[in-house]
Structure formats: structure tokens, C-alpha cells
Write a protein that binds this ligand. Sequence first.
Ligand code: CDM
Ligand code: ATP
Length: 326
Amino acid sequence: MTAADHHADAGIDAGTAAPVTVRVPAKVNVQLAVGGRRADGFHALATVFFAVGLFDEVTARPGEPGEGVTITVEGPDAGVVPTDGTNLAARAAQALATHHGVAADVRLHIAKDIPVAGGMAGGSADGAAALLACDALWGLDTPRETLFALAAELGSDVPFSLHGGVALGEGRGEQLTPVPTQGAFHWVFAVADGGLSTPAVYGECDRLRELAGGPGGADESHVPTPAADRALLDALATGDPAALGAALSNDLQAAALSLRPSLADTLRAGTDAGAIGALVSGSGPTCAFLTKDASDAAAVASALAASGTCRNVRTAVGPVPGAQLS
Ligand SMILES: C[C@](O)(CO)[C@H](O)COP(=O)(O)OP(=O)(O)OC[C@H]1O[C@@H](n2ccc(N)nc2=O)[C@H](O)[C@@H]1O
Ligand SMILES: Nc1ncnc2c1ncn2[C@@H]1O[C@H](COP(=O)(O)OP(=O)(O)OP(=O)(O)O)[C@@H](O)[C@H]1O
């Protein structure tokens, strides 16, 4: 069903429209190749995004005229999610309303299950979900291309949260090309105590590169242009977990480990327990483990939970679709 159909089904104007709920997945970057720092401060990327079955849900309800955007959050990490205009869901609602010249009067409720500041694009997911939910609530029927352009302005990861599945991200991560895959992959995620700031991790990556290469050593003129890894794309195309496990890579991992050395213990605990691949998810600190099948995933998850090297452990299957009306 399209956004327009959904609104038409509700059969009511925006003031009394029925609530709209959008479900949106987390991501892990199965490859994160980081090029040099660009003049605008962002880094050129070649990253393979992979959407996994851990979901947030964003529900949009009409607000009173003049009320603006309000945010409420539920879930174990609700206390650390901002509820003001800085929340990516609020920014998304505002950006969509401004684009169409309509009032951004909406109550957004986030049921948060994606770890916060964990490198799994939780805020980006809520931004993407809010774009879709408000589009349906307000009956705007925004072209998909426009939604992607608005998403890219909100953040580098937001377009992928709309897209879902598996996709190559270039530019600063916002330029997406679908990647063919076969079958389902079984993941385990070790969630850390506390988050890591994405800009701080990119900054640490630059610092480590400058230590190795001297002044300017982190700039585009010094760092090779990143490219997608053929072996990794083949592993995805053939649905081969062992080959994907061997090909996983993240250029931000050294920086995340430098800022949070204890993550090395987490990675080792998962590998010792039988994971066929392990890496820091995005900018971390969540660690992602690929396993052969569902029963290995359960075994790795219980070994990690018993290891004392993380706050909690989640299992998830992917790839899954991006943000969708539910
Ligand atoms: C680490 C990843 O999650 C991998 O997918 C993303 O690159 C981060 O994406 P994001 O959280 O959506 O990031 P944005 O909100 O666009 O940018 C936040 C900050 O991250 C850094 N940043 C982000 C993306 C990028 N290609 N280069 C960067 O250097 C910049 O310091 C930027 O100011
Ligand atoms: N809807 C939201 N959910 C969670 N955090 C949000 C949200 N909106 C804004 N934030 C802010 O963004 C920061 C990063 O949170 P987020 O969960 O998006 O991190 P992340 O998963 O590491 O992001 P990424 O993987 O995209 O780099 C949080 O500390 C919080 O201050």
C-alpha cells in the first residue's frame, strides 16, 4: 500500500487522521572503507550497508494547530534519547513540512529497540521512519526520490534506513546502489555499556592516520579512494556466510578500539565462541558477529552474555526491508 492509499483508507483530513506507524531496521556495515577527509569535513566512503532485524517503530499522530513537533520515547534506553528538536525524527518531520510548506504539527512516539549511539544507525532509522510516517499522516504522497533527498540532508545513514536490504553507499554514504544477495544471514550483536560519538570516532581515525603519515596524512590527497570489495560482494550474491565472515572489514574499527580498548575482549569472546566473522558495527561500540546458522547464533549469544564483556546481547536475521508502514 502506498502512503497515499494509506491516507485515503483513513478517509479523513489531516486534523483527525488515524495514527500511522512505521517500522524501521538497524544496520551493520559489512564493509566500511573510509577514504580521506574531504574539504567539507566528511570522509569519502565505500560502505556496504546491511539491514538487520532489530527494529524501532515510529508512530505519528496529528498535533493541535501551532503545537509543533512533540517527541515521546519508550524502551530500555529511552532516558538517553533527546526529546527536543534535535531528535532526528523531529528534524525529519520539520524538513518534510518545510519542503511542502505545511505546518509541522505532529506527535511522534518512538518505540526504541535499536541500541542508542551504538553504530547501528538508530537515530537515522527514526529519521527515515518519521519521514514516511508524516508523509502518510499528512497525505503528501511525496515522490520517493524527494524522500531520499530529504533523508540525505538529515544524515549520511538516513537514506539507507529508507532503502533497507543491502546496498553500497558511496559519497559520504548517502549515494546508494542495491547489492544482490541470496538467503538469510544470522547475526549476534554485543551491545556495550554507553555509546561512542560518530564524529569522535572519525576524528580518532584521522588522528591515527596523521600519526602514521604525518600532517595532512588523513586528507583525500593521502588516503587511497575507497572501493567495494569484490570477494565480499560475491559472498553476499551467493549467500555464503563463511566467505562473508572472512571478508568483513571496518576501517573505523582501529579508531573505535583506540577509544574503547575493552572492545577487543568482546570481539575475542565472540570469535572464541564460534562466530565465523566479527567486527565493530559502524562507529561502534556495538560488536557484530556473523554465525553459520540460527543454532550457532544462539550458542554465540549465550557465550557472549556469560563473558561479562558487554551489557547485553541480541540476535537478528537479515537482510530485511527498510522503513515501511506497518
Ligand atoms: C559510521 C557510519 O554510521 C557508517 O555508516 C556513518 O558514516 C555515520 O553516519 P551518520 O551518523 O548519519 O553521520 P552524519 O550525521 O552524516 O555525520 C555526523 C558526523 O560524522 C562524521 N562523518 C560522517 C559520515 C562520513 N562519511 N564522514 C564523516 O566524517 C562527520 O564528523 C559528521 O559531522
Ligand atoms: N531518534 C534518536 N534516537 C537515538 N538517538 C538520537 C535520536 N535523535 C538524535 N539522537 C542523538 O544522536 C546520537 C547518536 O545516536 P544514534 O543511536 O543515532 O547513534 P549511532 O547508531 O551510533 O549512529 P550511526 O550508526 O548513524 O553513526 C545520540 O546520542 C542522541 O544524542
